[in-house]
Design a protein around this ligand. Structure first.
Ligand SMILES: Cc1cc2nc3c(=O)[nH]c(=O)nc-3n(C[C@H](O)[C@H](O)[C@H](O)COP(=O)(O)OP(=O)(O)OC[C@H]3O[C@@H](n4cnc5c(N)ncnc54)[C@H](O)[C@@H]3O)c2cc1C
Length: 408
């Protein structure tokens, strides 16, 4: 083992880990990034699309990766919701538009739809430019031991390294979280999300549309060129079966169910599915360790908040590190980690539970709840202060978000 001690060792260079690594290196920290992906290998096909809300976009702009994404991103101008289980108060309800942000910037949108591959490529390129960032990849984190003032990290290939702070950005099954013995709580919805990119017959005008059915939501998220990314919540097994069908059969099923809502849809590329799971780490910090993104919580993907919660973690951790450096404090200290935990543990869990509540409220056919949820949608669409509040919350531009998300 060399005597070098990294300021921060980040396990996982997915979207949260890579963004954090670049930001910390730019603050002058010596950063190690350990990732299972091989940077030299051709990127594997990834059909995922992320709704990157305004606050998250500001964070990415602060590390200079949004320029590379301009041509491949679709601005989000509004969100529309329909309660498909009732006819109360008419439909659809425009929940909010970008004008509800009341931003001083006339070009400010609610965010952008970004395809996973160019996002990861832009972040990988940004990491490659940082001279104080050392990548260990392909490499697998295996274990960690505490030492005086630092941690000792062992990789599966036998390499070891030391760091003052270990950050687990290593996804839902987080080996770092497991190594620290931090338990998780949550529930398996026993549902999965069917996803596909489709060509739409009607222009989407940059509006994300969500239809709530008693079985779960169906959403069309706008992509460039009157295309959309679909998310259809189905029973576990059904989404997987639909994704495995020949494209023409899956397309026929989709149109039979939803063409009245979305117009005719033509599937492009491969469809996919992923299990719907609510999972919260009971702690997001441990000795000299912080958890970020899916390692800290896996939320219901309703309203595209999953990765955005991860970017909030990133922005909060950067802020805490900046403050620590400003006062000459110690990277990885208990005080620094306590501040991160205070900023994100409660907020992250309450967002996860709020999304869970919305899913429960709308994914049923109860005659008791129908009038209340319709009234809620109606009020949200007609009452301007509520619209503004929802727009700012959903786009992560409300008061109190970390500085990096505020767009200065
Ligand atoms: C199939 C699927 C489809 C999805 N589709 C969407 C979607 O369309 N829209 C959306 O908003 N969200 C989607 N999500 C959720 C979204 O992908 C996550 O919220 C987001 O990727 C979380 O980012 P992250 O950086 O925290 O973790 P991840 O993206 O999971 O990245 C974790 C990183 O850790 C690395 N890693 C793991 N273990 C180790 C180890 N032992 N050593 C070193 N490195 C390790 C991995 O290689 C990876 O690079 C989907 C999730 C899945 C599983």
């Amino acid at each position: 083992m060399s005597d070098k001690i990294f300021d921060a060792a980040i396990v996982g260079a997915g979207p949260t880990g890579a963004a954090l690594a670049v930001a910390l290196a730019r603050l002058g920290l010596l950063v190690a990034v350990i990732d299972a992906r091989d940077p030299e290998a051709k990127p594997r096909k990834d059909g995922r699309n992320f709704a990157i809300v305004t606050g998250s976009w500001h964070l990415l702009a602060s590390i200079g990766v949004t320029e590379a994404l301009g041509d491949v991103s679709q601005p989000l101008h509004g969100l529309e919701a329909i309660d498909g289980g009732t006819h109360w108060f008419g439909r659809p309800s425009v929940l909010f538009m970008e004008t509800d942000l009341a931003s001083p910037d006339p070009d400010e949108t609610l965010g952008y739809m970004v395809t996973a591959e160019p996002l990861q490529a832009a972040l990988d390129d940004a990491m490659a430019c940082e001279t104080s960032l050392q990548r260990f990849a392909p490499a697998l984190f295996e274990s960690v031991e505490m030492d005086a003032g630092h941690v000792r990290i062992s990789l599966q290939d036998g390499q070891t390294l030391k760091a003052r702070l270990l950050i687990g950005c290593d996804g839902m099954n987080s080996p770092v979280r497991n190594a620290l013995g931090i338990p998780v709580e949550g529930r398996d919805y026993e549902k999965s999300v069917f996803t596909a990119n489709v060509k739409l017959e009607k222009p989407h005008e940059g509006i994300a549309r969500q239809l709530f059915t008693p079985d779960g939501p169906f959403a069309t998220l706008p992509l460039k060129g009157d295309r959309a990314n679909l998310a259809w919540y189905m029973k576990r097994g059904a989404a997987e079966a639909l994704a495995a069908m020949p494209t023409k059969d899956a397309e026929a099923e989709l149109n039979a169910q939803f063409s009245a809502f979305a117009g005719h849809m033509e599937i492009e590329g491969e469809a996919g599915s992923y299990p719907l799971i609510l999972q919260l780490a009971t702690e997001i910090t441990g000795e000299r360790t912080a958890l970020v993104g899916d390692a800290a919580r896996r939320v219901n993907p309703l309203a595209g908040q999953g990765l955005n919660q991860g970017f909030r973690d990133v922005a909060a951790l950067i802020e805490v590190v900046e403050d620590t450096l400003r006062i000459g404090g110690e990277i990885g200290s208990a005080l620094m980690l306590e501040r991160y935990s205070q900023a994100r543990k409660f907020d992250g869990a309450s967002t996860a539970l709020a999304l869970d509540g919305i899913d429960r409220l709308f994914s049923n056919d109860s005659t008791l709840t129908k009038p209340f949820r319709s009234l809620g949608l109606f009020a949200a669409s007609k009452f301007s202060p509520l619209r503004r509040m929802l727009a700012r919350k959903a786009s992560a531009t409300e008061d109190g978000v970390p500085d990096r998300m505020q767009g200065w």
